[in-house]
Write a protein that binds this ligand. Structure first.
Ligand SMILES: *Cc1c(COP(=O)(O)O)cnc(C)c1O
Length: 427
């Protein structure tokens, strides 16, 4: 018996690599076909076979208000009626930039782009243009989009040797990307001692959320700030996930550490393709047409996308206690998993982000994250999906909780988690 999702997947595979337009959607890590989504509302997504799920992927982060929030949809419909794109400046772009500046004061000036990948790639170009230096430091396990220079892994042995992590990336493109260990300041110090004068920037996810959720240890982000200052390098917070999620001011407000540049994506587009990079005015002034760092985009600052973004940020600012409410709900799920699975799992949680790692050890970096039993996760995922709970189809992705998840949704989810433990005898 084939479901409509299965039929669509077979057809899609004929025309698109793996049948999808972003690899994780193919569900490879959980050994089953993906479900094809027809529509979504609030905390729920509905597949083409009419199944309903409580959604904890939330489009990988944008859906902090849940799906199809009426105010956002209506505003977008209004914007569509006025035209989809003009390739000329609009009022919206200024309104959105001003809102972002108010919510994240470190972003004195910004540039809107269309994806997180583009935001990070451009921020790094600006950092290099401003400092006149070529090298950057990134952390193993942190993801910053798929631009060539960031698709690196640490080479065997020497920490300082990085090699491409994808076919098609010339080694020349990754030569200037140095790789350090997350939560390990000593590994950063070592790189700076060797290359300090050549390092344009350190880029970090202030909460790592692309190897599963990994929290920064006390002092880690402050340490990055200090060492960047010492060597006159820039500190870039990649807040594509954490921006407007950990708090209305992002991770930088949550932890009280001020980066020089910030990249935003996901929530800022309110579900439309939009992202941004920005920071200190003197740095952003190197960007064209003011300065000589070239960066452009046909659909940048698109009127429909900015409308969705403005409306989303407005709602986030309006609802008092929104962030503490979704954090409480997230904690309830985290506590239930801990009580149910005990020391067979490590649950990392902060704000409305969490991950269940199927490992007995603590997860504090890439090395400890990959100790997880990915087959146990696949079993857990499949059980949950069968019971109407849609989790990320990979051990190394975050679970996203939205303001649309009700108390009843959370309670139902906790019950199914308890049942999952009993349904996993092998583990
Ligand atoms: C998703 C993500 C990106 C890339 O954003 P895209 O819009 O998928 O290109 C970059 N950095 C982080 C931290 C992300 O989570």
């Amino acid at each position: 018996m084939y479901s409509e999702s299965d039929v669509l997947f077979e057809k899609s595979k004929k025309y698109m690599p793996g049948g999808v337009n972003s690899p994780v959607r193919a569900f490879n890590a959980v050994h089953r076909n993906p479900v094809f989504i027809d529509r979504a509302e609030g905390s729920r997504i509905f597949d083409v076979d009419g199944n309903e799920y409580i959604d904890y992927v939330c489009s990988w982060g944008p859906g902090i208000l849940g799906h199809s929030r009426r105010e956002v949809i209506e505003a977008v419909q209004g914007a569509c009626a006025k035209g989809l794109t003009f390739g000329a400046p609009t009022r919206n772009e200024y309104v959105l930039a001003e809102m972002v500046q108010e919510m994240m004061p470190a972003i004195e000036m910004l540039r809107l782009v269309s994806s997180g990948t583009e935001a990070v790639m451009s921020a790094i170009r600006a950092a290099r243009g401003f400092t006149g230096r070529d090298k950057i430091v990134k952390f193993r396990g942190c993801y910053h989009g798929h631009s060539d220079g960031l698709l690196v892994k640490a080479g065997s042995g020497a920490l300082t040797q990085s090699v491409p992590d994808s076919l098609g990336v010339p080694e020349d493109y990754t030569r200037n990307t140095l790789v350090a260990e997350y939560n390990d300041i000593a590994s950063v110090v070592k790189l700076f001692e060797e290359y300090g004068g050549d390092i344009a920037a350190v880029i970090v996810e202030p909460v790592a959320a692309n190897m599963g959720v990994v929290l920064p240890k006390e002092g880690f982000l402050e340490g990055l700030r200090q060492i960047s200052d010492k060597y006159h390098s820039l500190l870039i917070f990649d807040e594509v996930i954490t921006g407007f999620r950990l708090s209305s001011g992002g991770a930088q407000a949550y932890f009280g550490v001020k980066p020089d540049l910030t990249t935003l994506g996901k929530i800022i587009g309110g579900g439309m393709p939009m992202a941004a990079y920005g920071g200190r005015k003197e740095i952003m002034e190197v960007v064209a047409p003011l300065g000589s760092v070239y960066q452009a985009g046909t659909l940048s600052g698109n009127p429909v996308a900015t409308t969705a973004g403005i409306e989303t940020l407005k709602l986030l600012r309006q609802e008092p206690g929104l962030y503490s409410r979704i954090e409480e709900n997230t904690k309830k799920i985290a506590d239930t998993v801990r009580e149910t699975f005990g020391n067979r799992v490590c649950v990392n949680q902060i704000g409305s982000l969490m991950s269940v790692f199927f490992t007995g050890g603590e997860v504090t970096d890439y090395e400890s994250a990959v100790q997880s039993d990915t087959e146990a996760y696949a079993e857990y995922f499949n059980y949950m999906l069968g019971r109407g709970i849609y989790l990320a189809p990979s051990q190394f992705e975050a679970m996203f909780i939205s303001s649309a998840h009700s108390g009843a949704d959370i309670q139902r989810t906790c019950e199914v988690i308890q049942d999952a433990e009993m349904a996993m005898p092998k583990f």
